[in-house]
Design a protein around this ligand. Structure first.
Ligand code: ADP
Ligand code: MG
Length: 347
């Protein structure tokens, strides 16, 4: 016999409670009167007691308060359904997540409340960003590599003739010319290595990043006398699989930049931990910071603000992380400091 379900017999509470979307019911002032299980998960909160009667706005970054107030007003006073909007939310543990929100009026005991439906779009945003980052790097990298090849050959020829000249004739400038030429060739070689790291086939091995980070810091001991170093290396048993030398070089480049960003005294913090199936590594400094309009330039070959800079360090870092299926993001405040946050998959 066919089972017929009449909608009035359905326990809607049960449907909502287990919905994959986060659902809230809030009052006009933002007081939360109900939230389902998905919502607790999204906010990384264990018990609904910690959230009921709290205010919606305590989970929203201040930038989004005005627009959310206006939307709630439309839902409750005009009883409109408001369209999907991308915004951010602050989780219980302080992490920011990307979300998409819509809201509709909800009627309860003669009162109008708002039913807010939230979708976590962090993964989607991350994938989109990764794609544009990669495209940017690939196209600029291709141009740069092409030029490097073109320039390297004639320079190598000049170097050869210079050596022949030195053998037949003495001139005090010849040594200088040769050493300048070698610098130029080294830069080109560096660029070629960075844009095509696979030229040097290295095998994939399990890497204990905690151990590698500790030994890398020994290399900087001399430079660290005016810099306080804080290490917080957790979950060292989680290993990544990858090309060890590429990672050593990448973390060397990040730590070097952090030290160079600190003018007099300051602090560098290095964190390593496992969360949500990713290894997280954060390299933070209390240095000069990076202007907002320059952040998107990071990773572009030859972008440097230093008089002696090559602008290839971060290109190597970004390429290495992306090649290993990871993500990298940068948070920086002028005059306060910079954090490079790397996520790598555990294999
Ligand atoms: P280089 O160090 O040779 O300049 P990089 O690719 O390593 O090249 O870095 C590129 C630029 O990014 C630097 O010149 C600097 O302006 C900026 N940068 C990188 N890391 C930091 C940091 N930790 N703090 C401030 N600025 C940074
Ligand atoms: Mg550098």
């Amino acid at each position: 016999m066919e089972l017929k379900i009449d909608s009035k017999d359905i326990d809607f509470h049960q449907l909502i409670e287990y919905s994959l979307n986060s659902i809230w019911i809030v009052e006009q002032e933002g007081n939360i009167r109900y939230c389902n299980k998905a919502c607790l998960k999204l906010l990384n909160i264990t018990s609904s007691k910690d959230i009921l009667y709290q205010n919606l706005y305590s989970f929203l970054p201040p930038d989004f308060h005005a627009v959310s107030k206006e939307r709630l007003k439309r839902v409750i006073e005009k009883q409109e359904i408001v369209e999907l909007l991308e915004q951010e939310m602050i989780r219980g543990d302080g992490e920011i997540v990307d979300i998409e929100v819509m809201a509709a009026p909800f009627y309860l005991e003669g009162k109008v409340l708002a039913q807010v439906i939230i979708q976590d779009i962090t993964q989607r945003k991350m994938a989109e960003k990764l794609l544009t980052d990669r495209e940017k790097l690939v196209s600029i990298g291709q141009i740069a590599t092409g030029i490097a090849h073109e320039v390297k050959n004639p320079l190598t020829a000049v170097k050869g003739f210079l050596q022949l000249l030195k053998e037949s004739k003495f001139h005090p400038y010849l040594d200088m010319m040769e050493s300048e030429l070698e610098k130029a060739l080294a830069t080109l070689q560096n660029l070629l290595q960075v844009s095509k790291p696979d030229l040097h086939e290295e095998s994939l091995v399990p890497i204990d990043l905690c151990q590698e980070l500790e030994s890398l810091l020994f290399l900087f001991q001399e430079r660290l006398y005016n810099v306080k170093l804080e290490m917080d290396l957790r979950d060292s048993e989680r290993k990544i699989i990858g090309k060890r030398n590429l990672f050593l070089k990448a973390f060397f480049n990040l730590i070097k930049n952090a030290i160079e960003a600190i003018q007099d005294t300051g602090k560098i913090k290095i964190e390593h931990y496992y969360q949500n199936e990713w290894i997280h590594i954060k390299v933070s400094d209390t240095g000069v910071g990076i202007p907002e309009d320059k952040v998107k330039m990071l990773g572009t070959p030859f972008f440097s603000t230093k008089s002696e800079g090559t602008g290839l360090g971060l290109t190597q870092v970004f390429t290495t992380i992306h090649k290993h299926g990871g993500n990298i993001s940068v948070h920086s405040t002028i005059g306060k400091g910079t954090t490079f946050h790397i996520q790598l998959p555990v294999r």
